[in-house]
Design a protein around this ligand. Structure first.
Ligand code: SDX
Length: 427
């Protein structure tokens, strides 16, 4: 195979190196395109553009493959726990028992936030969307922690990672408790990472917290399934924010904001609202299918379609199976699940969806489990952010350690040509 690609334009030929990844993916390295041709590429939404080389997550959209550091998502979802997967994504290897225990112990030493943070939370109205609260609180953490990270110091980098891994679950839990008017309490550091998160979220005042293994295991698996997804919108936001050497916490806050959009992580809330609207409409999902296919109707079938996956989203398969299991174990009959399954079946047989390779994505079934776990709909995307935290940290760290340049795309200008200023009294 040739290791260069040739571009021919205006009678001239230009050669560019071809880069091959460890999974045989190929890219044309256009670092010298503008200096040698005077031209740039144009690719709105970066559908054909690689922003970096990364060793963290591998996706194959045609085969429905998702691997974190080489491990298949199906194996990790079944055999690992979320803290183990977080360690794997951030540091590159599955931790030994001793390493995992030390990681958890270091996290518990930092599992408090400055009491002053409660004053910031108090300032939000109960009606504030949890994603706006979480993004603000994550930024606010900077005021109480060292602002910048000397990434050449492994010790400083590790301490920043531990701090955010420890404090983020507190912010997630308090964001939900604020909305419910519950006291902002801590959990119990003697519990596992996810069990402690669940206790902080759900412990009722004056009531003993009773662990439900089905619930904790379901939450743990959902967080694993959301932990990373290569260069998606919010991860690219974290990377480009960090590329200006902005700190880790503020880069994460930017990622939370990007994740909020209904085309991205906000889709899990939009899916549940869509399914509830269909239920209220007598369960007539075919009407919504027609709306989704109507070019003049802005309505999209939320939870369907993906920029990369063109056959199936492996996470959606796992979550759909888990939804049956969790609802069964909890003895919950949720008509919304049946509507979701009916909608999926009809869509997968519909020419419009088949032609455009639109399948259920990670957000289509996840909300049904969150709902069964007692998590309010507006908190679904906060749970996505909780899962994605280690992926964002890993990607930010990789970008900084590789010394990537500041992200600054070019453009093609299509505005006015030069024209003389016109005085106000002449306009
Ligand atoms: C996530 O990138 C990641 O990895 C993201 C994520 C992660 O883990 O980080 O996987 C998480 O964000 C999952 C996606 C959640 N979003 C949704 O469920 C929202 C609904 N889906 C879409 O809006 C859409 O499918 C996207 C945003 C997910 C992908 O959009 P693309 O790749 O830009 O595709 P497109 O908009 O160009 O669509 C191609 C065609 C268009 O029709 P034509 O113009 O060719 O006729 O498919 C149509 C679109 O109109 N289409 C849909 C549709 N999604 C695409 N039509 C109806 N309903 C939909 N959901």
């Amino acid at each position: 195979m040739k290791d260069t690609a040739t571009l021919e334009y205006n009678g001239k030929k230009y050669e560019f190196p071809v880069v091959e990844g460890t999974e045989k993916e190929l890219a044309i390295d256009i670092k010298k395109l503008r200096s040698s041709t005077g031209m740039i590429t144009l690719d709105p939404g970066y559908k054909n553009t690689g922003s970096c080389e990364s060793a963290i997550t591998y996706l194959d959209g045609e085969k429905g493959i998702l691997r974190y550091r080489g491990y298949n998502i199906e194996e990790l979802a079944e055999k690992a726990d979320f803290l183990e997967v977080a360690y794997l994504l951030i540091f590159g290897e599955l931790p030994s028992k001793k390493e995992l225990e030390q990681f958890h112990a270091d996290i518990t030493h930092e599992s408090h936030v400055d009491e002053e943070m409660k004053k910031i939370i108090d300032g939000f109205p109960k009606s504030a969307h949890p994603m706006g609260v979480l993004s603000s609180l994550t930024s606010a953490l900077i005021a109480f922690n060292p602002t910048s990270v000397n990434i050449s110091s492994e010790k400083e980098m590790y301490h920043a990672i531990i701090r955010i891994m420890a404090k983020f679950p507190v912010l997630v839990a308090w964001t939900m408790r604020k909305q419910k008017g519950l006291p902002l309490e801590y959990g119990d550091d003697s519990l596992g990472y996810v069990e402690n998160l669940h206790k902080m979220m759900f412990k009722r005042p004056n009531k003993e917290y009773i662990k439900n293994k089905v619930v904790i295991d379901a939450l743990d698996q959902l967080l694993i399934l959301h932990a990373d997804h290569e260069q998606n919108c919010s991860t690219s936001t974290v990377r480009i924010t960090g590329s200006s050497h902005a700190g880790l916490f503020v880069s994460l806050s930017a990622g939370i904001s990007a994740l909020w959009g209904p085309l991205h992580g906000g889709a899990n809330q939009a899916v549940l609202e869509m399914l509830e609207a269909i239920a209220e409409d007598g369960g007539d999902y075919k009407k919504y299918m027609e709306k989704a296919k109507d070019k003049d109707d802005p309505f999209r079938l939320m939870g369907f379609g993906h920029r990369v996956y063109k056959n199936f989203d492996p996470r959606a398969k796992i979550i759909k199976k888990a939804a049956d299991g969790v609802l069964g174990d909890l003895g919950i009959e949720d008509p919304i699940l049946e509507i979701a399954k009916g909608l999926e079946k009809v869509a997968l047989e519909d020419k419009y969806f088949v032609d455009r390779k639109l399948y259920p994505n990670v957000d289509f079934y996840s909300g049904i489990i969150y709902r069964a776990l007692g998590i309010p709909t507006e908190m679904f995307t906060v749970m996505f952010a909780m899962g994605r935290l280690p992926g964002w940290i890993a990607q930010w760290r990789e970008m900084r350690l590789r010394g990537e340049p500041i992200g600054r795309p070019r453009q093609i200008y299509i505005g006015e040509n030069q024209r003389p200023f016109v005085a106000l009294n002449k306009r």
